[in-house]
Design a protein around this ligand. Structure first.
Ligand SMILES: Cc1cc2nc3c(=O)[nH]c(=O)nc-3n(C[C@H](O)[C@H](O)[C@H](O)COP(=O)(O)OP(=O)(O)OC[C@H]3O[C@@H](n4cnc5c(N)ncnc54)[C@H](O)[C@@H]3O)c2cc1C
Length: 525
């Protein structure tokens, strides 16, 4: 009989396992893929060419980095400028940590925007600081909050008052607002508006005019209060980070088995009793924690007779529609972007999102099951920070393509649309880096269904569920079940489908471990 089984060795599963081991348990992690890390991995898409699946890391929560001793085992890279956004007129705008440099760059697009940018950064920092502690807490039990939860809410109330009227008002307005309106109140240049609003729609099925895209911007600011988002990566690719996290877990006493797909969670008398693997092996356990997404956990891994029909309906209504594809290119040489004469500026993320209308049109196409003609691209050239990801002198270009529908319009098939998507991405890149097409030696297209197939992401949703206002905090994943628990006794969740949600932060895994350890301890008495 195992102490605790964790289904999935995604980074959150590994973080939960690490903390549970530190709390005195002996977790067994069962991962269906042959490697650990889940989405924290690299795709070897041509001989000698590797592309990290995610372009940037969350960033990881500082306490996770500290506790897993990752600073000693992983080499983090923090490119500065963190973001360069490309303009169709052949120019670009770099957002860097040096405020004078950034405002000077903004001034060539709008003097008024240059004046307002420092204040916007300061507001984002203050609101981010207010929200950050909320990311670290278990969402309160709304029906009967415990004394500790009341205390946390009281503290949040006090901090809210301390924000002052102006920022408090901003916070209340920004959440339900459309990111387009929010940036429109601050800035006039299309390029800057697009760069900042893009964070509000990245990984979502919302356009910049969707109500609530402001909340996604705020959520990002809580973890990373930098306009446009920072661009942390690691040397050795994401595989190096996943390996270091797994090593930290093993050192703490965790057992990890890969190529071990869980087919079913065993339930006895309403409580989790273990799992059955795809090969028929049964493993009994006192508790089961799922790092798989909520829909996969509740709708695929549990016999529906074990869950009440009302809960099953809520689980089916949990939205998990993917809108992201990846295009990886193996390049014979470094591309020359017309608007970015200095290659040193290409080490962070490179954005093709030159305005609100551009983003909204790309979103529009995806609503009708069509590929956007002019896609929102977030590009990195990971070989600039880590030449070992390609053969000497060659480069990898990784394009995150936002607003690519999981389900294509009637009659269209992904089997024939990968080529169309590749062509659209190449055409777009060619506008900003003429000649790039001729340097492509190999490529890979991962559609949303490919992400579902390879990474177990239901609907290809990269965050295990839409980060929308009705699926955040006390409602992530389901109202009444946002505390890492479930209607099945001793069955818990620890993945991105729980608060605070997606991104490579370790936040969900750390919060879940804290909550689960407390509950298991209370049972032991
Ligand atoms: C294309 C893409 C781009 C992204 N870009 C970024 C980015 O730039 N920045 C950022 O911060 N985040 C990004 N993300 C999001 C981020 O990678 C995820 O939110 C995060 O890695 C999820 O971690 P997790 O541990 O919760 O889940 P996962 O990484 O999904 O891990 C879940 C694990 O469970 C396993 N599993 C599922 N079912 C079973 C089963 N039945 N039996 C055994 N194992 C099972 C899976 O194989 C997987 O390993 C991106 C994601 C994708 C897919």
């Amino acid at each position: 009989m195992k102490d605790v089984i964790i289904i999935g060795a995604g980074h959150n599963g590994l973080v939960t396992a690490f903390y549970l081991a530190r709390a005195g348990y002996r977790p067994l992690v069962l991962e269906s893929r042959a490697t650990v890390g889940g989405c924290v991995t690299d795709e070897t898409f041509a001989p000698g060419f590797k592309a990290p699946l995610a372009n940037a890391i969350g960033p990881l929560r500082a306490s996770v980095v500290r506790d897993l001793s990752l600073n000693g085992t992983v080499s983090f890279v923090r490119p500065d400028p963190h973001l360069v956004t490309l303009s169709p007129d052949g120019r670009s705008l770099a957002l860097a940590s040096d405020m004078a440099r950034t405002t000077e760059a903004i001034r060539s697009f709008s003097a008024a925007d240059a004046e307002r940018y420092p204040e916007f950064c300061a507001v984002l920092q203050r609101l981010g600081r207010f929200l950050a502690p909320l990311l670290e807490m278990t969402p309160p039990d709304l029906d009967s909050p415990a004394a500790g939860e009341m205390w946390n809410l009281l503290k949040a109330g006090r901090r809210f008052r301390a924000l002052g009227k102006k920022d408090g008002f901003r916070l209340l307005r920004w959440g339900p607002m459309a990111a387009a309106d929010l940036v429109g109140e601050w800035f006039e240049s299309d390029l800057l508006q697009g760069a900042i609003a893009a964070r509000g729609v990245f990984g979502t099925a919302q356009g910049p005019w969707s109500a609530g895209s402001g909340a996604v911007l705020l959520l990002n600011a809580a973890a990373d209060p930098v306009p446009g988002g920072s661009s942390v990566t690691v040397r050795g690719g994401l595989t190096a980070l996943a390996g270091a996290m797994a090593d930290a877990a093993r050192r703490a006493g965790v057992e990890i088995r890969t190529s071990a797909r869980v087919a079913r969670i065993l339930v006895q008398d309403g409580a989790a009793a273990g799992v059955v693997l795809e090969n028929g092996e049964e493993i009994a356990a006192r508790a089961v924690v799922s790092n798989a997404d909520p829909r996969r956990t509740f709708l695929d891994l549990i016999d529906p007779v074990e869950l009440d029909p009302g809960f099953l309906t809520k689980a089916r209504n949990y939205r998990s529609r993917g809108t992201v594809a990846k295009v990886h290119l193996a390049l014979g040489k470094l591309p020359a972007f017309t608007g970015v004469p200095n290659p040193a500026d290409l080490h962070g993320r490179i954005l093709v999102a030159p305005g609100i209308d551009y983003l909204e049109r790309a979103f529009d196409a995806s609503k009708y099951g069509e590929l956007p003609k002019n896609p929102y691209l977030e590009i990195t050239i990971p070989t600039l920070n880590d030449p070992d990801l390609a053969p000497a002198g060659k480069h990898v270009l990784s394009a995150h393509v936002q607003f690519v529908p999981f389900s294509l319009r009637a009659g269209a098939q992904w089997a024939t649309h990968r080529d169309a998507l590749r062509s659209i991405v190449l055409e777009t890149l060619e506008q900003y880096a003429p000649g790039i097409r001729g340097t492509v030696e190999a490529s890979q297209v991962l559609s949303p269904p490919d992400l579902e197939q390879s990474y177990g992401l239901t609907g290809g949703q990269i965050y295990h569920g839409e980060p929308a206002l009705d699926q955040l905090f006390t409602m992530r994943p389901i109202l009444g079940w946002a505390r890492y628990d479930s209607p099945i006794d001793r069955l818990y969740l620890c993945g991105s489908g729980t608060h605070p949600g997606g991104g490579i932060t370790g936040g969900s895994g750390q919060n879940a471990a804290h909550e689960i350890a407390g509950r298991l301890k209370a049972r032991r008495g």
